[in-house]
Structures are given as C-alpha cells and as structure tokens.
Write a protein that binds this ligand. Structure first.
Ligand code: ARG
Length: 454
C-alpha cells in the first residue's frame, strides 16, 4: 500500500533507532490503547466510522492488549505499532482508527493519561510517608531530643516535633502534586496535528471517556503543551528536597547514636566488619540531585521550541518519568526507614541537655520575671562561661546587675528551666514541641492526611 511505501521510505535508515521512541514507549502502551478505544467509540457515536468497523477495531485492540507490548510489530513508536497491529488484524478498515487525529494529539493525550497515574502513585506514597511520620509523632510525643541550628546544640525538642516538621513539609509537597494533577488532567485529544479537523468530532466525549476533567481548547496549544510535565517534575524536585533533608537528619542522628536505623535500611562495609552505615538514606539524599538534573533536562529540552509539534518533545517526557520513578521510590524507602527506626530515649534526653541547650529557656524565664529580654540574654551568655547551672547564673547576675539571681527569679523555677524535659514542656505555643501542643499538631496532621487521601 501507499502507507507501507511511505513508512518504508521514512523508516529512518541508519538513524532508525535514533528516531524511534520504542525503547521507552512501553510506558505508554496501556495509555495508547485507552486513547485508541475512546477515540474509536467517539468516531462511531458521531457516525464518522461505521459501527461494525468500530467493533472490529475495538476487538483488535483487545487482542493487541492481550498480546502485550513486546508482541507489537515494528514501528517508529508505540502509536504507529499499535495502528499497524490493528490493520494486521482488521484489514484496511482498521486504518479508520486514525481518522480525525494525529500522533501529535495522540501522544500528548497518552502522556497526560499516564502521568496522571504516576502522580496518583506519588500522592499515595507521599501520604503514606506522612502517616509514618505521624505514627512516630504519636509514639515519641514525649521523647525529648536535642534540636540543632547550624548543626550546633540549640534547644531541646522532641522526636514528635521533629517528625511533624517533615510531615508539614510533605503536606505542602502533596499540595503541589495535587496542583500538578489538576493541570495534567485535561484532554488534548481532537487537536489533531495542531490545526483541528473538518470531521465532526466530540472532544468533550473523548475527554469524558478518558476521565479528563476538561478539554484543552486551543488545538495548537493542546499538542504543544508540556508544562504539565514541568509542573509535576518541579513538584517532584521539591519533594526530593524535603526527603534529602530528612535523610540527612537521620544520617547525622545515626552518627551521634541518637537514632538506631533498622538493619533493613543500613548497609555494611566490605572491609570494616564492625560497620553499620546509613547508605540507604544517603541514596535518598542523593535522589534530589537526580531530580534537579531531570528538571533541568526537561526545561532545557522545551526551551525555545517553536509552535507546534517538534520531535524534541519525544525526548522531553523520559526526563519526567525518570524523576517521578526515582522520587517515588525514594519516598517509599524514606518512609520505611522512618517507620522502623528506634529512638533511644535515655541517650536522647542526655544529649538534649548538652551544650547548655536550655539557655534560651532560662533567659525566657528571667524575662517573664520582669527583666528586659536583652539583659536576661546577657546574664545567661555570661553564665555560659562558668557553666550551665544555678551557681553559674548567680555569678553572672552578680557580674551584670550586681545582685543575686534570687532577686529576679526563684531557685525552683530556674532549676526547672535548666532541665531539658521541663524546658520542652514549657514551650507550648501553637506548633511548639510541648507534648500538649504537639498533640494538637498531630491531630491536624492526621486530619490533613485523611483529607488528602480523599
Ligand atoms: N513518538 C512521538 C513522540 O513521542 C510521537 C509523535 C510523532 N509525531 C510526529 N509528527 N512526528 O512525540
């Protein structure tokens, strides 16, 4: 046939493999079958293709689906290969499947159909990670631990407060994935090559059959747009950034014996027999780098492309798949590491008091007793040269104000402020680490997980 002749002539010659997307099109196999089915049903409903031809094509598509991607005939891409298989089954009438469409709107629709699933996987995995963090927060609500700024001991906090800090970040990553989902879930089908079609197609109908929320109206935009991949990949890059911080915290805490990672999330050394290394979390940490590289690759591929379809677009989507797959896997692994880690309460509490970490609480107490905060700060700073106890504070107060500290605050209150557990309990402002405040944050976090699951 004429088609066969042209396909032979433009098969790519020695550049065949370079031209073909078959190496990564298995990702679009199920999507293309769904898009073909919806299109054929619409063509039949509109009277563009006869009912018996449509039935024969749909039956052939079932056979192609059963045989699987690997059984497809040769083709430049999955779209061409499936069409060839349909024509092999049905005969020339099978060629009616490609009426009123192009591979340009076809591939754009397949990408959105498949990316939607990928984003749903990501959402499910991210919410599961948030739930794992909530479980840690529940179990370790009163487990005091050191909190750091600049990686220096700063103020005592709790494991729950730490866990909920990452839950909150992941909740925003969830919002970004949901926003990407909303803009992905629109149908380009019916845009044809870019310039529409004279056939009386029903774009709303194919959108509905494929479960899209809306139609991308402008047919030139519909086939050209890949910003949904940019938005989704950026959301993945943000998620990977959150995970890299969480992984780094666990690596640092494991280094200080503040957390015991489960053996399933650790590795050993081929030479040093005593080693238990946090390799798995280091790989989670590194995933952010891959994600940024992928986002950069995607943006650079898209930059400056003219309207409408250009074959560069074929190389855009693999960046998005790779980033999504890597980040989803890293999210799942990070959640597992969090869920199985042990938090040694005694070690954590002892470490929580190190480095005069309660100093801020003592200054707060003196300020609550009436001293200007800056004066209180000066006394405690002075005291830190002498030690981290009542006597040191008393001496510093003499230095700064020429009076005993008892003139400003009673000994019992100061002793309490110096205790890491009391220090945490006192910081009960909204979103703070005091167990009661954390209980409220936890309840809100669990509500958020439930809402996002719906
Ligand atoms: N495999 C191609 C892609 O992923 C399909 C579109 C080919 N269209 C074209 N006009 N050459 O973009």
């Amino acid at each position: 046939s004429e088609t066969a002749v042209r396909r032979e002539r433009f098969a790519g010659g020695p550049a065949r493999e370079f031209l073909s997307s078959m190496a990564f099109d298995d990702r679009l196999f199920a999507a293309d079958l769904a898009v073909d089915r919806a299109h054929v049903v619409m063509l039949a409903e509109q009277g563009i293709v006869a009912g018996d031809d449509a039935s024969a094509i749909l039956a052939a598509l079932d056979d192609v689906a059963d045989a699987g991607f690997e059984a497809l005939p040769d083709g430049e891409d999955v779209h061409e290969a499936i069409e060839t298989a349909v024509i092999d089954h049905v005969g020339p009438e099978g060629g009616r499947m490609h009426t009123a469409r192009s591979r340009n709107d076809e591939v754009a629709t397949c990408l959105r159909y498949e990316y939607r699933e990928t984003l749903l996987d990501a959402l499910e995995t991210t919410i599961a990670a948030r739930e794992a963090l909530c479980e840690v927060a529940e179990a370790e609500r009163e487990t005091v631990m050191p909190g750091y700024t600049h990686l220096q001991p700063a103020q005592p906090t709790t494991v729950a407060h730490w866990a909920l800090s990452y839950e909150a970040a992941l909740a925003r990553d969830t919002e970004r994935l949901l926003a990407a989902y909303a803009r992905t879930n629109r149908s380009p089908l019916g845009g044809a090559a870019f310039a529409g079609t004279p056939f009386e197609i029903d774009r709303e109908r194919t959108a509905e059959l494929l479960g899209f929320d809306a139609v991308l109206d402008n047919s030139m935009d519909a086939v050209s747009a890949r910003d949904f991949l940019v938005e989704g990949t950026a959301a993945f890059a943000g998620l990977a950034t959150t995970l890299s911080g969480l992984a780094e915290d666990l690596v640092v805490y494991a280094n200080k014996d503040l957390v015991e990672l489960d053996d399933d999330y650790a590795s050993t050394s081929s030479i040093m027999p005593q080693k238990k290394n946090p390799d798995t979390l280091e790989l989670v940490r590194s995933t952010a780098g891959d994600a940024y590289g992928g986002l950069q690759g995607l943006l650079t591929t898209l930059k400056g492309l003219p309207r409408a379809y250009n074959r560069d677009l074929q190389n855009a989507s693999p960046h998005a798949w790779r980033v999504a797959d890597d980040v989803i896997e890293a999210t799942d692994v990070a959640a597992g590491a969090v869920a199985t880690a042990e938090w040694p309460a005694e070690t954590l509490e002892a470490a929580a008091g190190e480095g005069f970490s309660t100093a801020t609480g003592v200054a707060d107490l003196l300020a609550m007793c009436g001293l200007p905060f800056r004066t209180a700060h000066e006394i405690v700073a002075e005291a830190s040269q002498y030690g981290a106890d009542y006597e040191a504070l008393d001496r510093a107060c003499e230095d700064v104000l020429g009076e005993e500290i008892a003139a400003y605050a009673d000994r019992e209150a100061i002793t309490a402020a110096l205790d890491p557990v009391e220090s945490v309990a006192s910081r009960d402002s909204a979103g703070g680490p005091a167990p009661d405040a954390a209980a409220e944050s936890l309840a809100a976090a669990l509500d958020g997980c439930a809402t996002d699951t719906d």
